[in-house]
Ligand binder design. Structure first.
Ligand SMILES: [Zn+2]
Length: 406
């Protein structure tokens, strides 16, 4: 078997395509494979009709999987055919997607490396690609994946916001909570953006099948859900409420810390994260110190205790009991003389009907938050995406649950 035949089999190149020449460059560790189209007619890429050959386009190249350690490239002058209906069109190469500089096998491999690598940078180096090439492979992969998505029933959605770049630019994400995947993301966190997000991610029928949506106590999102998914219950979820209470605890700590420092008391310096974790998760190293702080008559320890107490709320089996529990908690919170806690307590009270829906649906954005931390890694990895499109592609590439094979 000569080397041309060997490569024809390896690459699955079939008639009328044929390998005319294989140039093995030992010094450069590189293989260049020339492919010819040996026919005077070919299929129109639009309709498949066999049409007469018109001419050849200028030579194009595709990177293929390395052969052993040899970087391997395919080259071909793709023929153009003249279709009666569609005019002069370039015949599609069977080894690559339109406009790609890589063969399908290479792209498939690159997708796997990108998914397995700890960072895009690591994958990029392993594959010997530049940043732009990696982004193009990801963009095509996501496009394929989205076009293959099946229209399934998605009963529970999560809507969440995420900071995009520094400053106050946000994206909104729509998550399939059961499927644990990001359906799509859009720029901004306005009512309009959220409506567009729902519309572009779900068909009319899918929208009607949604039974509940988990989201923060954020009016813009609630309004969008009310309009686009009127039959679905809104669930202001556990995850966001605990985030709000943590914010309040931290605010109390900051204010109190300032006061104490004025009096030369540094007890609260460096304790920010101690107060944000749940009691059972306070690390051993801090356990003693934490015990002392809790027992001391500090505002932050009272705030923390109220935050911890609220966790009981979620343990009830029925909304009615949970509501009674809340009323008790609310009375304590309001009498606490801790402004940040009182503020959040009122916020929770005002939204209570859509918090009690939890006991019917039992959903939270915890899944979405898991995906969020993945998105955070994507952001850090990318050292800040310049364009929203690139950021969106990466999110869908890693969190979209897509079938992206070429
Ligand atoms: Zn045609």
């Amino acid at each position: 078997m000569d080397i041309e035949e060997h490569y024809s089999q390896l690459l699955g190149i079939n008639s009328p395509w044929q390998i005319s020449h294989v140039d093995l460059k030992m010094q450069e560790q590189r293989v260049d494979i020339e492919i010819e189209y040996a026919d005077d007619e070919g299929p129109c890429p639009e309709c498949g009709t066999i049409c007469p050959k018109h001419d050849e386009r200028k030579r194009r190249s595709w990177r293929h999987l390395d052969t052993m350690q040899f970087a391997t490239y395919l080259h071909c002058e793709l023929p153009r055919v003249r279709c009666k209906e569609h005019g002069v069109k370039t015949v599609k190469a069977p080894w690559a997607e339109k406009n790609s500089r890589f063969t399908l096998l290479f792209e498939g491999f690159a997708i796997r490396v990108l998914q397995a690598a700890r960072s895009v940078e690591e994958a990029r180096k392993l594959l010997g690609l530049n940043w732009h090439q990696v982004e193009a492979i990801k963009a095509r992969a996501v496009k394929r994946g989205l076009s293959r998505r099946e229209e399934v029933t998605i009963p529970h959605l999560g809507i969440d916001e995420k900071q995009f770049r520094s400053g106050h630019r946000y994206i909104s994400s729509l998550v399939d909570l059961q499927g644990g995947r990001v359906l799509d993301v859009v720029e901004e966190r306005t009512e309009q953006a959220c409506k567009a997000l729902i519309e572009q991610s779900l068909s009319e029928q899918q929208r009607q099948q949604v039974t509940a949506v988990a989201l923060d106590m954020w009016k813009a999102y609630a309004n969008a859900v009310g309009e686009k998914l009127p039959q679905a219950d809104i669930v202001h979820d556990r995850f966001h409420i605990s985030q709000h209470l943590n914010e309040a605890v931290d605010k109390v700590r900051r204010q109190e810390n300032k006061q104490l420092i004025k009096q030369g008391d540094k007890r609260l310096v460096g304790t920010k994260f101690t107060w944000l974790v749940n009691e059972e998760r306070v690390s051993e190293a801090f356990a003693d110190q934490f015990e002392d702080l809790k027992r001391a008559d500090l505002k932050v320890s009272r705030a923390w205790a109220l935050k911890e107490l609220f966790r009981d709320f979620w343990t009830y089996s029925y909304a009615g009991w949970a509501k009674r529990n809340f009323e008790k908690w609310y009375a304590w919170a309001i009498r606490s003389r801790l402004e940040p806690i009182k503020e959040k307590a009122r916020m929770i009270r005002d939204h209570l009907p859509n918090i009690l829906t939890y006991f019917k649906h039992r959903i939270s954005n915890a899944v979405a938050e898991g995906l969020n931390s993945k998105i955070q890694t994507i952001k850090a990895n990318a050292r800040g995406y310049r364009s929203f499109e690139g950021f969106r592609n990466s999110i869908l590439f890693y969190c979209g649950g897509l079938d992206m094979r070429p």
